[in-house]
Design a protein. Structure first.
Length: 191
């Protein structure tokens, strides 16, 4: 699914039946309170298609019984239970040694699969971070060129002074070298 609004309609319909059974008038505010929020801002955002946080998805799973897989990805049915959602603790006191060994092997496969997914996600994160740094470097290069042309300075030592002299032209930000070389922070003393 591309956005959450279609799923929200299903989720809210299930909430509506729970609320009515409890004698509560179903509304955005009552749904927000049901999930532990003080106001309905998040609920309105979900209606428009914004995906909820992991904590909110977990609350929907716990309180309304939706499948985690469906809540997270939109795949499967809203109430299907996947093997990862099945109760983690199983009674292994009864059953053969083969059954216990089979369960251990399945858990080891699950751990290996999750480890591969985690490693893949880490590599993707690293790739995106490198791309972000490249974009930031290019942005700084363009800023230096623009400031140099504007102030008649082509050197790096004029950059910091130029940014301090004209903070309004750059979104009220100043260059701050103490942190990352391409990090900006709010202008000191301006709130």
């Amino acid at each position: 699914m591309k956005n959450f609004s279609d799923m929200f309609d299903i989720i809210f319909e299930v909430y509506r039946s729970h609320a009515r059974a409890a004698g509560i008038s179903p509304s955005n505010v009552s749904f927000a309170r049901f999930l532990g929020h003080d106001h309905d801002g998040r609920v309105r955002a979900w209606k428009k298609g914004q995906w909820p946080s992991a904590d909110d998805l977990w609350q929907m799973h716990q309180k309304l019984g939706f499948s985690l897989q469906w809540l997270v990805s939109g795949e499967g049915g809203p109430f299907e239970t996947t093997p990862s959602e099945a109760p983690a603790v199983q009674d292994v006191s009864s059953g053969s040694a083969e059954t216990k060994i089979s369960r251990i092997e399945q858990l080891e496969r699950d751990i290996a699969r999750k480890s591969e997914e985690l490693e893949k996600a880490g590599k993707e994160r690293d790739k995106l971070m490198h791309e972000l740094l490249d974009v930031q470097r290019e942005h700084m290069k363009l800023l230096k060129e623009q400031i140099g042309k504007k102030k008649g300075r082509e050197t790096d030592d004029g950059l910091e002074a130029s940014l301090r002299e004209t903070p309004a032209a750059y979104g009220k930000k100043t260059f701050h070298e103490e942190k990352a070389p391409y990090h900006f922070r709010d202008t000191p003393g301006k709130e």
